[in-house]
Design a binder for this molecule. Structure first.
Ligand code: ADP
Ligand code: MG
Length: 158
């Protein structure tokens, strides 16, 4: 019987295990992506608190990919890839948009932004994961990369 993702001893496997799906630019994909993230990361051994954070970070990232990246264009897709390493999971969310610079996004904690109902997604994502990166793929779209470590800094500090 072939081993499923959760059965392979990660420490003995130098290559990350990869789960990849292609999603339609449709809001139903957001829920599917969140469920898949929780499922993959449950099998990878993350605890409930981390699963919740990973699920929310994927939820916000996929909404952004559909809405801001693909501009709700039904002919465009979002690719979601999980790379499971012994010490971390890396989650790649790729869209077919023209990208953005996260350093230029307004700070939602600035007083003039506090009452705005939008502009908090990336702030939340950053607080839920250990690394947040954006790669502009020069004509091929944009990839947001989230890294969640098994023993996050926040837990060590707690
Ligand atoms: N995948 C993406 N492609 C292009 N722009 C993006 C993407 N994700 C985020 N952005 C930009 O970053 C801004 C902040 O995103 P976010 O914090 O999620 O707030 P909101 O989605 O409510 O605007 C967006 O308004 C958009 O300009
Ligand atoms: Mg958003």
């Amino acid at each position: 019987m072939p081993a499923c993702a959760g059965e392979i001893p990660l420490a003995m496997n130098p290559e990350p295990q990869v789960v990849e799906v292609s999603l339609q630019s449709d809001l139903k994909s957001v829920e599917a992506a969140e469920e898949l993230a929780e499922d993959v990361c449950t099998k990878a051994g993350f605890d409930d608190e981390d699963l919740h954070k990973i699920g929310m970070a994927v939820h916000e990232s996929v909404i952004n990919a559909i809405w801001h990246g693909n501009k709700n264009d039904a002919s465009k897709r979002v690719w979601l890839r999980f790379q499971i390493h012994p010490d971390r999971v890396e989650i790649h969310i790729r869209d077919q948009g023209s990208g953005f610079e996260p350093g230029r996004i307004p700070d939602p904690l600035e007083s003039e932004n506090l009452l705005k109902s939008s502009g908090r997604g990336i702030f939340l994502i950053r607080s839920f994961v250990d690394e947040f990166r954006v790669e502009n793929l020069k004509g091929l779209g944009t990839e947001v990369i989230l890294v969640k470590r098994r023993n996050s800094k926040e837990k060590k500090e707690a």
